[in-house]
Design a protein around this ligand. Structure first.
Ligand SMILES: Cc1ncc(COP(=O)(O)O)c(C=O)c1O
Length: 407
């Protein structure tokens, strides 16, 4: 592994030197969105200052250059997640749009009345609602793989949940509430034994660990740029070529056509078939820069640093008898949801904010998880490699302050 110089890394992120409420900010809301390093901010600026042109359409220098950069971004993403072909990479607005695309187009092609879609008990709304909408449209049934009280999927129940009517399984790689890293390889193998394709919601995994879509053999994989140091508004759908060829387009217009007449339209090849309208070119260039940035630190280094932060924070929180951690799977990513005895998460969040700590409180767009644990919200801290154990120690002191102020 390369040297990991935390002060150098932190200096790459201008926002980390900000003060809020007259205190240095401690940013523990990385599962919602990560901060952006200066290189990536400058990459977007450079595009709009020097390189701006619409892609694929022009016969002029800038248009050709922008097209080249945009397609280089696609190749970079393909290489990053080890897709077989760059044409299996579709640019979207984010994980939510990627899942909506598949839920719509896949169900148009494959889902019939009485068929079934299987999701799990720990999905983000983005991997529930689009499937509910598809099932409603097609009169299909949504089935849910349960989890236990530690936030671990009851994976042994998967084979009995899958039937000859199951058309797709959609599961989150890492829970944004519980931090659980799901055994997706195992889930994919089980589904594939019955020829059922699997979509993975990778919003919380791609920023934190190496993902290899060919090794996983998943059929679709979705993630968001803004959770991995790129801007908001750019995301990725990976799909196996044969599925992307089989399913119909999601939106019409622009470059997604081959030939349009008033009588009939034929569609473009992959990936353009799924990219209607002017895409977020600046976002793709910045996503390319974000991948370079992460690779420069090293994916293993990122995973190790964040795992150490998780371990440190978990040990510290476990020493406090007024803290209850929600989500105690042995294999977790760098985020912790917890409750404070006799204190509402919103009240705790407000005071923590006053003390300079950016944490998230609420249902984290996963209301069924809240229902399962019979709660309405949690406090969630989520780490990036730019966080430090010192910040965690200060946070533990701040929790004591919250208690003195509120009890
Ligand atoms: C597990 C998971 N899935 C999907 C999403 C939705 O991502 P986006 O809002 O970037 O589309 C999130 C965002 O928090 C998430 O954590």
């Amino acid at each position: 592994m390369k040297d990991f110089d935390i002060s150098k890394i932190r200096s790459d992120f201008p926002i980390l030197s900000r003060q809020v409420h007259n205190r240095p900010i401690v940013y523990f809301d990385n599962a919602a969105t990560t901060q952006k390093p200066i290189d990536i901010i400058e990459r977007v600026n450079r595009y709009y200052e020097w390189e701006n042109a619409n892609i694929h359409r022009g016969a002029h220098f800038l248009a050709n250059e922008a097209t080249e950069f945009y397609e280089a971004g696609r190749s970079k993403v393909a290489e990053f997640i080890n897709a077989k072909h760059a044409r299996e990479i579709i640019f979207t607005r984010g994980t939510t749009e990627s899942i909506n695309l598949v839920a719509f187009s896949f169900s148009e092609r494959y889902l019939l009345e009485g068929d079934e879609v299987v999701i799990t008990a720990m999905e983000h709304h983005a991997n529930i609602v689009p499937w509910q909408m598809a099932c409603e449209r097609k009169k299909a049934k949504l089935k849910v793989l349960p989890m236990d009280k530690n936030g671990i999927l009851e994976i042994e129940k998967l084979p009995e949940l899958l039937t000859e009517r199951t058309k797709i399984v959609a599961v989150t790689h890492i829970s944004n509430v519980l931090g659980t890293i799901n055994p997706i390889k195992n889930i994919i193998e089980t589904a594939h034994q019955q020829n059922i394709p699997v979509l993975i919601d990778g919003a919380q995994s791609v920023p934190h660990q190496k993902v290899d879509v060919q090794a996983l053999d998943c059929d679709f994989f979705c993630f968001s740029g803004h959770k991995m140091y790129a801007p908001m508004g750019i995301g990725v759908l990976y799909g196996k070529e044969h599925y992307l060829n089989e399913i119909p387009p999601y939106q019409g217009g622009g470059e997604m056509i081959r030939k349009v007449t008033f009588e009939k339209t034929t569609y473009n090849d992959l990936p353009f078939k799924f990219e209607a309208g002017t895409p977020d070119v600046g976002g793709v260039l910045a996503l390319h820069a974000a991948i370079d940035y992460m690779e420069n630190i090293g994916l293993e280094q990122i995973a190790k640093t964040e795992h150490d932060l998780l371990k440190h924070a978990t040990e510290k929180l476990q020493q406090l008898d007024y803290i209850e951690i929600i989500g105690n799977a042995p294999d977790k990513s760098g985020l912790i949801s917890f409750l404070m005895k006799d204190i509402h998460p919103y009240d705790a969040g407000t005071i923590l904010d006053q003390l300079g700590f950016a944490v998230r409180t609420g249902h984290h767009c996963a209301e069924p998880i809240m229902d399962f644990f019979n709660i309405t919200s949690t406090i969630r801290i989520s780490f990036s490699f730019y966080n430090t154990t010192k910040e965690i120690d200060n946070f533990i002191v701040a929790l004591e302050r919250v208690r003195t102020m509120l009890l």
